[in-house]
Design a protein around this ligand. Structure first.
Ligand SMILES: Nc1ncnc2c1ncn2[C@@H]1O[C@H](COP(=O)(O)OP(=O)(O)OP(=O)(O)O)[C@@H](O)[C@H]1O
Length: 359
């Protein structure tokens, strides 16, 4: 594997407002490969923004190291001299890391074109070349016809597209998206996410996607880290995390993103689940790839005498792989239940028992 484009190692960020200590980020290590769309998901206050702001040193870590493109921007370890890129060098590095935010941060008194041009104010290029570049960027985000309008004349999605054009003005290799879709409606959110995906695909742009919505991660990210109280609870490929989540918080995020929580709640109240007999299990089976419902269910009966009554089924496509989820009641030969569950595990089917106990 090639060296990561971003490597955060043992990052700690501690704030001490009025003598109170807040451990905003605690011992977080993350490697991002070039071309990744890396989701960082967590509820408000989890430490996501603080963590990603260390990538371009808008936030200096209390300790740990930050490497971008293999170059150490910051390094501070206990009892060792610290290292930090500063001044003009830091400014130049920052220019290669674009950022977009929830509230767009546009200049309201400037036109769309001027907002994007503003990002090029340090460029030594001639005015004509800069303007040409701005027009290319506006075309890329499909806003050429709005160049002379002001932000107040644009919708939220259009404002975010201006912000994206501005963030790309200095040809960054990395784009940090900090809750960029949180203020947008679902349809506009999808449009912005797919624009990020397009930029990622066509320009190999690496995206750090900070969000409290697993839905956004599911839509475009290939990797994800789940944060809570300043720590990363788990991280991995989106497919692995969705099919084999270990932390309760991750399960909660996934259930919301896939609408499974609603399905589970509704089905939990059905007679079949309310009147679950001894030895029956109400379970969620999740699988990915080639495993399909039918052979799985048939095998359970043929080999173990276990009947799986399907109450709900859903298939999603994640990273071009099918991920299936079934809510079932398993019943039958109780002494074979353990073996049946082992069989499912051997087929890489993850089983989450929602109600009932094994005999
Ligand atoms: N400059 C600061 N001074 C003091 N405390 C801070 C500062 N910045 C962040 N914090 C605290 O650090 C913790 C993590 O905040 P952070 O903004 O990184 O979380 P987040 O996951 O990005 O949430 P949100 O989406 O709400 O911003 C919070 O408790 C926050 O109040």
């Amino acid at each position: 594997m090639t060296a990561p484009i971003i490597s955060l190692k043992n990052i700690d960020v501690t704030f001490t407002p009025k003598g109170k200590t807040i451990h905003a980020v605690q011992d977080v290590s993350i490697d991002v490969q070039k071309g990744d769309i890396y989701g960082i998901v967590g509820y408000s206050g989890a430490g996501k923004s603080t963590l990603v702001r260390t990538v371009n040193l808008l936030q200096e870590p209390t300790s740990g190291s930050v490497l971008v493109n293999g170059e150490t921007l910051f390094d501070k370890q206990e009892n060792q001299p610290s290292h930090k890129v500063k001044g003009q060098e830091l400014k130049e590095k920052r220019r290669k890391i674009g950022m977009i935010f929830q509230h767009f941060n546009l200049l309201n008194e400037r036109t769309v074109e001027e907002n994007v041009l503003f990002a090029l104010e340090n460029s030594k290029e001639k005015e004509g070349v800069k303007k040409e570049k701005v027009h290319e960027l506006l075309e890329l985000v499909d806003l050429s016809d709005r160049a002379n309008q002001y932000p107040s004349q644009l919708s939220g999605g259009q404002k975010q597209r201006v912000a994206i054009a501005r963030a790309l003005a200095n040809d960054p290799e990395i784009l940090i998206s900090d809750e960029a879709t949180s203020a947008l409606d679902p349809k506009t959110t999808r449009q912005i996410l797919f624009l990020l995906k397009k930029l990622n695909k066509e320009y190999n742009l690496t995206v750090l996607l900070i969000t409290h919505e697993m839905e956004a991660v599911k839509a475009i990210a290939n990797k994800v880290a789940v944060m809570q109280n300043g720590r990363v609870l788990e991280k991995g490929s989106t497919l692995d995390i969705f099919t084999k989540p270990s932390a309760e918080l991750t399960k909660e995020f996934i259930a919301t993103a896939t609408n499974q929580d609603q399905a589970i709640e509704a089905i939990s109240q059905s007679d079949a689940v309310s009147d679950l007999a001894a030895g029956q299990l109400f379970a969620q089976l999740t699988y990915s790839g080639n495993a399909t419902n039918e052979p799985l269910i048939t095998s359970l009966y043929q080999h173990f005498g276990i009947v799986a009554n399907i109450l709900y089924g859903n298939v999603e496509v994640l990273q071009e792989t099918e991920v299936g989820s079934l809510l079932v009641i398993l019943s039958g030969d109780t002494k074979n239940m353990d073996a049946a569950l082992d069989f499912l595990a051997a087929q890489s089917v993850s089983v989450n028992i929602l109600k009932g106990e094994q005999a």
